[in-house]
Design a binder for this molecule. Structure first.
Ligand SMILES: [Zn+2]
Length: 479
């Protein structure tokens, strides 16, 4: 018999209204869960509960779903990538940076721990982890307490540069094929893990680095195994131009003609579609193609906004019928801050406050991501759903006055107001501390790994530059 926990008289529950398919505020209600599942959400729970939590000063909300992240590498770029970009490549620093700065395998495990900790502490309970396949990933994901969708990424080509403006490709198809088969094996193992919290995503890395055949095979495997598929697509102007040069098609049109756009497909990040103002292509068909095929997109505003780029715009995509989830492509892995940035950027891009709201962004950060992963049991608080809960302290000074708790959380408090986090019915974070991993120890390893990564930059950079030349510190040395 599993024991029941009841949060009684909650100041506020962000409850799922299944009749209207939306979140709704339930003020002063009860929520109960037993084992991994929610058993009650409503005015008053009359059943037996072994554990009672006084909910008076709490908002209970569904755990956030992070639809796109790179935990094994991004923690190493703190202090490196925030101001880095290449104007000659339409501002994107992706290609120069990923060539010059690569954390070594020895440190990547700690990177994952750091990222997972940031996620739990900011209310993320499910994550799509797009990383290279490595030993020990399943064990670490299980230990983290998170619900992890392992997306072992593979590609038939690697990017490289031999000047400061041109994106080039080094093709190695056998490596891509081997990666694909290794990924399917790892996904199989993850799905069988006794924790019940691990699953998989088929993840050919980028639309421009995989052969059409590998993309087709990946999509077929996803269909056969009823798995989601994710691929980076329309993420830079360089990529857009490359696909037009190679195939005479926009990245989205190419994916569509290949037959890989469908309800199981998640595109990261689908920003540079044909009608984007930086593209100005002669067609205006990509957005409708995404909507007609039921394709989801993983919207990660931070990295692009730092380059001066944005989706045009969140509200327009939604109104066209595209399902949108949110992701933390970069550090910090804080989906609440991504919600804030996304709503503001949508309004700036549209020059219209009505194009996006807190409501719409919170929906994307929960239901949008869950639907993209084919998981109607996540991102919602209702009986039968997974017990993935975030308890927010309504008395936290950054929340007050807590007239509208979600607005306080998204626009002001963010992770500072999170009191505790439950995944699969188990408490995994509390009062700013992760209960399942040693964050400080992992950060020490990441700092050492970053130092090695910066030291090795000249041997990897196209111009043989020191790290300090590629990315100077934000202030000059005092003298
Ligand atoms: Zn990404």
């Amino acid at each position: 018999m599993t024991s029941t926990t009841c949060i009684r008289g909650a100041g506020c529950i962000v409850a799922w209204d299944s009749a209207n398919l939306q979140h709704a505020y339930l003020m002063g209600g009860d929520i109960a869960f037993a084992g991994e599942a929610i058993t009650f959400v409503g005015r008053q729970y009359d059943g037996v509960a072994e554990t009672i939590i006084d909910g008076r000063d709490l908002m209970v909300m569904p755990g956030l779903v992070n639809l796109h992240s790179h935990p094994s590498t991004e923690p190493f770029y703190r202090g490196v990538r925030e101001d880095h970009g290449v104007p000659m490549m339409y501002m994107s620093g992706l290609y120069e940076r990923s060539a010059a700065f690569q954390p070594d395998p020895a440190a990547r495990r700690a990177g994952k721990q750091v990222a997972y900790c940031e996620m739990l502490l900011s209310g993320i309970t499910s994550v799509a982890d797009l990383s290279a396949t490595d030993d020990g990933w399943i064990d670490l994901a299980a230990q983290s307490g998170l619900r992890v969708f392992l997306a072992p990424s593979y590609a038939s080509a690697r990017w490289y540069m031999d000047n400061g403006w041109q994106l080039k490709y080094r093709w190695d198809e056998p490596t891509g094929n081997r990666g694909f088969h290794a990924a399917l094996e790892l996904i199989e193992q993850a799905a069988q893990h006794p924790s019940g919290r691990l699953a998989g995503i088929v993840s050919p890395a980028q639309i421009d680095t995989c052969t059409p055949e590998l993309l087709r095979q990946s999509f077929a495997a996803a269909g056969e195994k009823a798995l989601p598929l994710t691929v980076h697509c329309a993420q830079s102007v360089s990529e857009f131009n490359e696909m037009v040069n190679r195939h005479g098609k926009t990245p989205v049109q190419f994916a569509h003609d290949l037959g890989i756009l469908a309800a199981c497909t998640v595109l990261g990040h689908a920003i540079f579609i044909d009608e984007h103002s930086w593209i100005q292509w002669h067609t205006h068909a990509d957005l409708q193609t995404l909507a007609n095929t039921g394709t989801s997109i993983a919207h990660c505003p931070s990295p692009f906004a730092r380059y001066g780029q944005t989706l045009e715009d969140f509200g327009r995509y939604r109104r066209a019928g595209v399902n949108i989830g949110l992701g933390t492509d970069v550090a910090p892995h804080n989906l609440i801050e991504e919600m804030r940035l996304a709503v503001v950027l949508a309004r700036v891009a549209a020059r219209d406050i009505t194009t996006a709201s807190t409501t719409a962004l919170f929906h994307a950060a929960t239901v949008g991501g869950a639907d993209a992963l084919g998981r109607p049991d996540l991102g919602r608080l209702a009986p039968g759903m997974k017990a993935d809960l975030v308890l927010v302290d309504l008395t936290n000074t950054w929340m007050r006055p807590a007239r509208d708790p979600l607005r306080s959380l998204v626009f002001t408090a963010a992770d500072r107001a999170i009191q505790s986090v439950y995944v699969h019915g188990a408490k995994v974070a509390e009062h700013g501390r992760v209960l399942t991993m040693d964050r400080a120890a992992a950060l020490a390893i990441v700092a050492e790994g970053q130092a090695r990564m910066l030291r090795d930059a000249p041997s990897r950079d196209w111009a043989g530059r020191q790290a300090e030349e590629i990315v100077p510190l934000s202030l000059p040395p005092w003298c």
